[in-house]
Design a protein around this ligand. Structure first.
Ligand SMILES: *[C@@H]1O[C@H](CO)[C@@H](O)[C@H](O)[C@H]1NC(C)=O
Ligand SMILES: *[C@@H]1O[C@H](CO)[C@@H](O)[C@H](O)[C@H]1NC(C)=O
Ligand SMILES: *[C@@H]1O[C@H](CO)[C@@H](O)[C@H](O)[C@H]1NC(C)=O
Ligand SMILES: *[C@@H]1O[C@H](CO)[C@@H](O)[C@H](O)[C@H]1NC(C)=O
Length: 475
């Protein structure tokens, strides 16, 4: 497979304040690995553009760095896929995706190029400003968005998501589901590397709480801190992060990059329970918060995707916050397990036996075409690019044969993130205030933004940010 491997460094972050709300934008810097291969084409004949039959006249070979396409005219023979968000940072690259070759660029001058077939957007920095309009009927729009809605609520509504033909999101209903994006493989789940025997955990309990919480992104839309604050009234929780902090990490583990540090993981592994609370509640939005305790051999107490049981390694591998009507009841249950070794270990049997019984999880991991932190595999962005490239080519071939094009659209129900809700016992604490003052109004406004976006895109004319905001606030 002659694909480029790229390491993506989520590097800098800047804030953009609109009239009322904050939209966080992540700027992504792409780093080119040293060992990458560029595709080189040795071609004999170039004739009219996009003749799929002629693709076989080209020969590909791996070469060291910069020997790629030399002339601008090569571009005229391949579909151009234009990253409208400069996610990859690459101004020109030919990639081979199975049989198909596409030209990828972030160079916006290609908007009006006749070979341009798709615009690729990155959700977090999707901006209504200067969208590639007018959109031609052969201009596919593709969305890559692995983040929670917290980063860009307006894309999470039917009106906006269905503007896209191709999607890669955390949802299982996406064309390229990234649901397991934080899980390296099933082996890491089964691994006993960090697992601490229960007897030792029991003796560590003399100086540690039964439950640990580590969160430094406080008061997000899920209102998790309000829940944890209440939970803390009923059971001891060691909290090492900035949110509800009550216990210090060693100095060298106090920065966010230490979250994957072996020593930090060893500290977490000493606990019996880890609070695994997502920052937003969406179907299939599952992060390392769930997988980390499972890897470490600690029982996760999970709050997040309502259908999480669909993804758990076994029927008894996590405690779900949603099974309890009040944090008091959850605390009581945790205390029961804390004093009953057999009951507690029943949550770890799957791991001790190395037995992952969830067919959906196993299948997803087996069929996944991309890797996580794995240089031997394509990453999810490579795979996304190739999915769009293959689909674009499919329609080119259909056109050649005089067939109707294949139509693609994001599934309507695809991103299911209900309106954020504050916990009822939490009024007057900072979590509740964030919900009332920020996340709920932001969600409500995002519906208007989604509607305005759709309205303006359907007019298929260049529009300005002013026109957009006027429409949003007129509503
Ligand atoms: C963008 O592409 C145009 C040709 O379409 C080229 O003239 C220009 O130099 C490119 N810009 C960059 C930054 O590569
Ligand atoms: C959970 O149990 C049910 C019924 O016993 C079974 O059908 C299902 O496959 C199990 N799920 C997992 C993830 O093991
Ligand atoms: C892409 O979506 C647009 C807007 O919904 C639609 O007009 C177009 O036919 C779609 N293209 C494909 C290839 O599905
Ligand atoms: C769209 O609007 C921007 C800003 O008003 C302008 O620079 C750009 O040339 C316009 N594009 C088209 C295709 O009209």
């Amino acid at each position: 497979m002659i694909r480029m491997r790229r390491k993506i460094l989520w590097a800098s972050c800047f804030c953009f304040a609109s009239a009322f709300f904050l939209v966080l934008t992540l700027q992504v810097i792409t780093e080119l690995g040293n060992s990458e291969n560029k595709v080189s084409v040795i071609s004999s004949v170039h004739s009219s553009p996009l003749k799929p039959g002629e693709r076989h006249d080209f020969h590909f070979k791996k070469q060291e760095l910069h020997s790629s396409f030399k002339t601008e005219s090569d571009v005229n023979h391949y579909p151009v896929l234009l990253w409208w968000s400069p996610l990859t940072g690459e101004t020109r690259r030919f990639s081979q995706c199975g049989e198909d070759i596409c030209f990828f660029t972030i160079n916006k001058t290609y908007q009006h190029n006749e070979m341009t077939r798709a615009f690729l957007f990155y959700g977090t920095d999707f901006s209504i400003d200067s969208l590639p309009l007018p959109r031609k009927e052969y201009h596919d729009w593709a969305l890559f968005h692995e983040e929670s809605p917290k980063n860009n609520y307006k894309l999470f509504h039917e009106a906006s998501i269905t503007l896209f033909n191709h999607t890669a999101t955390f949802s299982r209903h996406s064309h390229l589901p990234l649901t397991t994006q934080y899980l390296e493989g099933v082996e890491v789940l089964k691994s006993l590397r960090f697992m601490i025997p229960l007897q030792m955990k029991n003796s560590l309990r003399k100086r540690l709480a039964p439950v640990v919480y580590v969160q430094s992104d406080c008061n997000p839309p899920s209102d998790r801190d309000s829940y944890v604050r209440e939970l803390m009234c009923h059971i001891e929780v060691d909290s090492y992060g900035e949110c509800l902090h009550n216990r210090d990490l060693p100095q060298h583990l106090r920065n966010p990059s230490a979250m994957d540090d072996g020593n930090f993981l060893k500290i977490l592994a000493q606990y019996k329970f880890i609070l695994a609370f997502e920052n937003a509640i969406c179907e299939d939005y599952i992060t390392e918060k769930l997988w980390r305790p499972l890897k470490l051999g600690v029982v996760p107490v999970y709050f997040g995707s309502p259908s999480i049981v669909d993804w758990l390694p076994s029927n008894k591998s996590a405690i779900l916050v949603s099974s309890f009507s009040h944090p008091r009841d959850l605390a009581r249950y945790i205390k029961t397990l804390d004093t009953n070794d057999e009951e507690y270990e029943s949550y770890l049997q799957w791991k001790l036996k190395g037995d992952i019984s969830n067919p959906r999880l196993l299948r997803a991991m087996k069929e996944r075409k991309w890797g996580v932190q794995d240089v031997t595999q394509d990453n999810y962005i490579d795979t996304f690019e190739c999915m769009v490239c293959n689909r674009v080519w499919e329609n080119i071939r259909r056109k050649e044969k005089g067939w109707l094009p294949q139509r693609w659209e994001a599934q309507v129900n695809h991103l299911s993130c209900p309106k954020p809700e504050a916990f009822w016992f939490s009024s007057s604490n900072p979590g509740w205030i964030s919900l009332q003052k920020m996340w709920i109004p932001s969600f409500e406004q995002s519906k208007k933004e989604a509607w305005a976006l759709r309205h303006l895109v359907e007019k298929n004319k260049n529009f300005t940010a002013e026109e957009f905001w006027m429409l949003v606030f007129k509503e």
